[in-house]
Design a protein around this ligand. Structure first.
Ligand SMILES: Cc1cc2nc3c(=O)[nH]c(=O)nc-3n(C[C@H](O)[C@H](O)[C@H](O)COP(=O)(O)OP(=O)(O)OC[C@H]3O[C@@H](n4cnc5c(N)ncnc54)[C@H](O)[C@@H]3O)c2cc1C
Length: 457
């Protein structure tokens, strides 16, 4: 009789109330599957803790077994992690360690490690509050906020990572550590942008925003109108108050019965976002875009809880590939290059080529901010394709790379960490803060126990 030799990860069996899954176990495939279904991550084990204590047990057991640890919440940002060898890595999925408690007086939410933004929005709305969430309800607070966090409130209120008052982490020795401006301040600096390289975040204290309602929505045209619309948006965004944060996308949808008719089988151009002004001023600001007579115009005053749905992000996991760049500006030549890639006549495979307007508070270093407290540049370009099978992934990746390459003359060389799928040199994301970040890593995780999706050291 032959027996299969035990792997080091077998030592973790029985932890987390039995929610540790090894290759070959019945629960392994479901537990290792991230939100981005194009990513085939195959770690040594997947642990699904329900408490900070269970996280600490897993980290200690992984260390004793000579394994590394990668925190993951929703798996929206799984792309870069999946590209790395995970044979010696325990994936700690935080998706069952969730919950939100709002202190309305202090305007702060305590958010557990794997909580999705939708839950924070739902808990805050009854108090007339909201948060610096992004465009998607099922992105987790953790990866988003530890990677920066671009919100439609962003040009007025800055990156979401600056709204963190404290982070509670399980560090490499299995200790539960609180990092804030007053405690473990250097770790607090590093984790706000350095993401999962320093420990498993099991709770956050997040400042909330006092918006019960917001003027928000989207404008939609057929792609044939893209030359006029993109030019108008480029000119419009060049001279806007910080109260306005929008995105422009050229989008291409396959004919699918699940899609609403205004999207199914269509190529369109969409502008959406938020205007933090009263109705009259918002209408005045939007007038140059409305003059282009969109076929749909949903901009109106809505409950702030509705803002997370205006971008129409996919409501469930999908397979996707993407590439990204930051542009300094959008002069006529850049607009022409963008239109040549995805405008009328192009047969691009991209689901969308998005330009997010940066600047305002997003562009200013925050007082007492972390390693990624602001973004240099005028626009974030994010090009994304669906990748349901390998040939589609290859074509989509090629088109995403080509679109970003076409805009290369206007790129800054900087990056939005949250939008970065592949980067050969992680240090390029941190500029002159790289050595300080590595020093914190060496101090808090000298054995390199934690594997972030963009590894530091
Ligand atoms: C549809 C869609 C919409 C998006 N919209 C926006 C947007 O509007 N603005 C924006 O800024 N970004 C946006 N993003 C990017 C998104 O913020 C990143 O992909 C982010 O990494 C997702 O965080 P997550 O925790 O959900 O993902 P995960 O893949 O679970 O995490 C990504 C990384 O974050 C770290 N991490 C996650 N959880 C923990 C934890 N508990 N402790 C320590 N480290 C952890 C790890 O390094 C992990 O590899 C969007 C992405 C998608 C797919």
């Amino acid at each position: 009789m032959t027996t299969t030799p035990l792997s080091p990860a077998d030592d973790l069996r029985g932890l987390c109330g039995g929610r540790v899954h090894l290759p070959g176990d019945p629960g392994y495939d479901a537990a290792r599957t991230p939100w981005n279904l194009a990513v085939d991550q195959r770690p040594a084990a997947v642990a699904v803790p329900h408490s900070a204590e269970e996280v600490a047990e897993v980290v200690r057991a992984a260390a004793a077994a000579g394994l590394r640890v990668a925190p993951q919440s929703s798996g929206h940002g799984a792309g870069p992690l999946g590209e790395r060898g995970l044979e010696d890595v325990v994936l700690v999925r935080l998706n069952e360690l969730t919950g939100v408690t709002v202190d309305p007086g202090a305007r702060v939410a305590r958010v557990l490690g794997g909580t999705l933004w939708q839950e924070v929005i739902d808990a805050s709305a009854p108090h007339g509050l909201t948060a610096l969430h992004g465009s998607s309800p099922d992105v987790a607070v953790a990866g988003y906020v530890l990677g920066g966090g671009l919100s439609f409130y962003g040009r007025r209120h800055g990156l979401a990572t600056n709204s963190l008052r404290a982070v509670e982490l399980v560090t490499a020795d299995g200790a539960l550590v609180r990092a804030s401006a007053d405690e473990n301040a250097e770790l607090f600096w590093a984790v706000r942008g350095g993401s999962g390289n320093f420990g498993v975040a099991v709770a956050f204290e997040v400042e909330l925003l006092p918006y019960a309602e917001v003027y928000a929505g989207m404008l939609l045209w057929d792609r044939e109108r893209a030359p006029a619309v993109v030019r108008a948006w480029a000119a419009w965004t060049a001279d806007l108050p910080e109260s306005v944060t929008t995105s422009l996308r050229v989008m291409s949808f396959p004919p699918l019965p699940d899609l609403p008719p205004f999207l199914s089988g269509r190529r369109i151009v969409v502008i959406d976002g938020a205007v933090l002004e009263d109705d009259d001023r918002a209408a005045e600001l939007l007038a140059p875009l409305r003059a282009l007579e969109p076929e749909m115009d949903t901009f109106a005053r809505i409950p702030s809880a509705g803002l997370v749905h205006v971008h129409m992000d996919p409501p469930a996991p999908v397979p996707a590939v993407a590439d990204h760049a930051v542009l300094a500006a959008l002069p006529e030549e850049a607009v022409a290059a963008y239109l040549a890639e995805v405008g009328p006549g192009s047969d691009t495979s991209l689901l969308f080529a998005e330009l997010r307007h940066l600047g305002g508070a997003l562009g200013r270093p925050a007082e007492n901010g972390g390693v990624a407290s602001h973004l240099e540049g005028g626009y974030a370009l994010f090009c994304c394709a669906m990748a349901p099978f390998p040939a589609a992934a290859a074509q989509g990746r090629a088109d995403a790379l080509a679109a970003c390459a076409a805009l290369a003359p206007w790129t800054t060389g900087t990056r939005v960490t949250n939008f970065t799928e592949t980067v050969a040199d992680v240090s390029s994301m941190y500029g002159d803060r790289w050595e300080r970040l590595r020093a914190v890593k060496a101090a808090v995780d000298p054995a390199g126990r934690f594997v972030g999706h963009h590894p530091v050291g």
